[in-house]
Design a binder for this molecule. Structure first.
Ligand code: NDP
Length: 423
């Protein structure tokens, strides 16, 4: 685009001036400037920095994981998510909280070889080189070895007659490990090129972090589920049935999993971790059977009178690295999270996802989702049609009374309110 040549080389102020000249007003430049609380940091984190995008952050209560109660910081723009997480957490807390475990914490990366003339022969050659490959990978990142981590194993897979993938599993200790792994994989690729004269197509970490699976479980006494005269057993049965639908129908599974990720993403983001990586891994795992399914399952045990929930997903999280140690708000959030190490953070996040899921299913099979969502959504709607803070309260009440939820009605009522006030 004209005027944006070498934009990345400009200073922050120059970038804003160029935008001002071509697209945005003086007032809008002020919004960008006011939004940038720490431009120096922003410039070190991303390219073409112009401002900071702020999301509301709140804290979820009542989350008990492996006997410890946590406050959970959550960054989200969606109404009701934090209320739902706290509600789900409080139901499970009455029955002893979540039990969570981390099966392993290794990151996987791959080197893909192309133009392989005999993939079986190449596989045999690579098998003999396992020790050398591990050494090359570790030599590329000696500091992780000193921390007690490093490359642990090599696996191979024939992808096609001409393509072979090598998977490297690495203990990344407290980091998420993407950059670390990419360094090790690129060194491995160079080694394979020189040793076997292989054509390397690419070398990169995989976000399908199946060696970083985290599980959370809970067992809820059905008596705690009773609501407005509806028997807890009936609610437990319906929650289990809704979970069954998420196993059978991808249309439901996608929404079921979106609800889980409402909680997971919000905490992953607040903890300074890479939520796109977590999202990618979660949805790939949901489709591991060849069909996209709900990530969590709920079963109603009629004999024991309990509702049992379980959620397992890959969670490649870190307590160091990336933006974690450089963004001041992240260190506050880490303090709220009791400075959880990477393993504990994964267990908190997984439990939070299950709490979120429980609250969503509970609302779905009792009052419906809209009731809980509505108040905050009506507030946003009132704001979007131009209501002031004082007007918003009255407008929301009036919309609830008249059972309307759209901007046409909101504008009409606001107009009425203002006319009545001016008379
Ligand atoms: P860093 O590159 O920041 O590496 C973490 C560093 O933390 C290590 O190199 C290590 O350096 C240091 N460290 C300090 N204490 C420890 C400890 N106890 N355990 C482990 N390391 C420690 O981050 P990651 O490699 O974790 O990569 C995460 C970042 O990569 C994220 O920002 C992510 O968004 C991004 N990314 C993600 C991709 C993806 O998901 N596909 C692709 C590319 C990037 P030292 O030992 O030298 O002190």
């Amino acid at each position: 685009m004209q005027g944006f040549e070498k934009y990345y080389r400009k200073t922050w102020h120059e970038r804003l001036e160029i935008l001002n000249k071509h697209t945005i007003s003086d007032e809008q430049v002020k919004i960008l400037k006011d939004g940038a609380k720490n431009p120096e940091l922003g410039e070190t984190m991303i390219e073409n920095f112009i401002s900071e995008y702020h999301l509301p952050e709140g804290v979820a209560l009542n989350l008990v994981v492996n006997g410890i109660e946590y406050l959970v910081p959550m960054a989200t723009e969606e109404p009701s998510v934090i209320a739902a997480a706290s509600h789900g957490g409080s139901i499970v807390k009455k029955s002893g909280g979540f039990k969570a475990e981390t099966k392993s914490r290794l990151m996987i990366g791959q080197v893909v070889l192309e133009n392989v003339s005999d993939v079986s022969e190449m596989q045999k050659e690579l098998e003999l080189l396992e020790k050398d490959i591990l050494k090359v990978a570790n030599d590329a990142h000696p500091s992780i070895v000193r921390r007690g981590g490093g490359a642990r194993s090599v696996k191979l897979k024939i992808l096609a007659d001409d393509l072979l993938a090598l998977y490297l599993a690495v203990d990344v200790k407290e980091a998420m490990g993407a950059n670390m792994l990419n360094t090790m994989l690129e060194a491995t690729a160079e080694f394979l090129k020189s040793k076997l004269k292989s054509d390397v197509l690419f070398a990169i970490l995989s976000n399908y972090a199946t060696d970083s699976l985290v599980s959370a479980k809970c067992s809820i006494g059905v008596e705690t589920l009773a609501k407005n005269g509806v028997d807890g057993c009936e609610i437990a049965r319906k929650i289990a049935q809704a979970s069954r639908v998420a196993q059978l129908d991808p249309y439901r599974a996608a929404t079921h999993n979106k609800g889980i990720m409402n909680g997971i993403d919000a905490c992953v983001l607040a903890s300074g971790n890479d939520w796109r990586a977590v999202e990618a891994g979660a949805h790939a795992y949901a489709a591991r059977s060849g069909r996209y399914r709900g990530l969590s399952t709920w079963n109603y045990d009629e004999k024991k009178q309990v509702l049992e929930g379980e959620l397992t997903l890959p969670l490649a999280l870190g307590s160091v690295g990336g933006s974690i140690s450089i963004v001041p708000l992240v260190s506050v959030n880490r303090q709220i999270l009791q400075n959880a190490d990477a393993k504990t953070l994964g267990e908190i996040v997984c439990s939070l996802g299950l709490a979120q899921n429980l609250a969503a299913l509970y609302a779905l099979v009792t009052d419906g989702i809209q009731k809980g969502h509505m108040r905050l959504q009506l507030k946003s709607l009132a704001k979007s049609v131009g209501a002031t803070a004082d007007e918003t309260k009255i407008l929301v009440k009036e919309m609830e009374k008249r059972k309307v939820r759209d901007s046409v009605h909101a504008r009409e009522i606001l107009k009425e309110m203002r006319e009545n006030r001016d008379e």
